[in-house]
Design a binder for this molecule. Structure first.
Ligand code: PMV
Length: 338
């Protein structure tokens, strides 16, 4: 079966940073995210006996060997579960900049998990898909679901309880997020290397892990009561705690550029003027401003005056991952397309 799946990116409101088991990619802390409608990855997978190795085409070009290997290792998990040996041709496209702190690994591995599992003939539940996607990238476990999603750290050594669950679907609360692209350059240190260095060298790491439990409870509460101020305050707290933690690694990890800092001041300035706007930042220099729809145009008009912003993307809560096209042979030998 040739299968195409679509998965949306997500942005964490309570961040994940650090692994309790690097081999199984189990997070040390839980996290809560918002799945985003306007940012997605579309991935087509086809297993074929004619291939001598896995092939990854990323945004129309053959991927570099490192990315291709990472995808190949992930496909090995699916081949093992499905009991097949064939290599796969994978074509994946993001409708947003790749590798610059815009969660391309989240939508990328969620789309790959769904498309490849289906193409290999596996029929997995959303929980099983989430567990599989997590093996590719921790944040990908959340992109299987739409709306507000919590990823559990879990406690079991095999990771079967480290899965994401939907808290509320995408219709629960019409928040908006303005993504301000400050640079399209690839980040200097990827999230896995950054997390591992942080866990090994930062004296603050145990406090980060311990204090996340309270943040998760407060965020769950804010979302269930649609309390925007509480959501914003906890999101900024978790974000700055994560970046402060990364800065306390040795050598320090700094994802921000000067424009990132300028925009942090600008968002604080908006709040001083009584405009409710909060921000979050992932492993990259982009700023994501969280706001209510009635303020988003005013916030955009103020922030777009700051020079150097390459692009502003307005997004809203989006759905979970899904299959968009399938084509191939079913048991009766009849070609099928939908
Ligand atoms: O899943 P990864 O390896 O892309 O790591 C995600 C790390 C952050 O985006 C910074 C935080 C998060 O929870 O998404």
């Amino acid at each position: 079966m040739k299968t195409t799946a679509l998965a949306h990116a997500n942005i964490a409101l309570v961040k994940y940073w650090g692994k309790r088991d690097p081999a199984l990619n189990l997070p040390a802390t839980g996290s809560i995210s918002l799945t985003l409608k306007e940012l997605f990855t579309r991935t087509t997978v086809e297993f074929s006996a004619d291939l001598a190795q896995d092939e990854l085409i990323l945004n129309g070009e053959r991927a570099n060997p490192r990315d291709e290997q990472r995808a190949g290792k992930f496909l090995d998990l699916i081949r093992a579960q499905a009991g097949i040996a064939a290599f796969a041709r994978v074509a994946s496209e993001n409708n947003f900049p790749t590798g610059a702190g815009l969660a391309s690994s989240a939508s990328g591995f969620a789309a790959l998990a769904l498309a490849a599992a289906h193409a290999a003939g596996l029929s997995l539940s959303p929980d099983q898909l989430s567990e599989l996607a997590r093996r590719g990238s921790g944040s990908a476990a959340r992109s299987i679901f739409g709306g507000f999603v919590e990823m559990k750290a879990g406690a079991l050594p095999d990771g079967s309880d480290a899965v994401a669950v939907q808290l509320h679907d995408e219709t629960w609360w019409p928040l908006e997020m303005l993504i301000l692209i400050t640079s399209a350059a690839e980040k200097e240190i990827g999230s896995t290397a950054g997390m591992n260095r942080t866990a090994q060298t930062s004296p603050y790491y145990p406090a980060w892990v311990a204090s996340s439990v309270e943040d998760l409870a407060a965020m769950r509460d804010a979302i269930s009561r649609r309390d925007f101020q509480q959501l914003g305050e906890i999101a900024e707290f978790s974000c700055f705690k994560m970046h402060g933690l990364a800065l306390s690694a040795r050598p320090a990890i700094l994802y921000w550029n000067p424009l990132t800092v300028e925009l942090i001041h600008a968002v604080r300035g908006l709040r001083q003027k009584g405009i409710p706007a909060y921000l979050t930042i992932d492993a990259g220099p982009q700023i994501k401003v969280i706001c209510l729809p009635e303020y988003s145009e005013q916030i955009r008009a103020t922030l777009e005056q700051i020079s150097g912003i390459r692009k502003i993307i307005k997004t809203s809560p989006g759905p979970g991952a899904g299959i968009v096209e399938e084509e191939g042979e079913r048991g009766n030998g009849e070609p099928e397309k939908r």
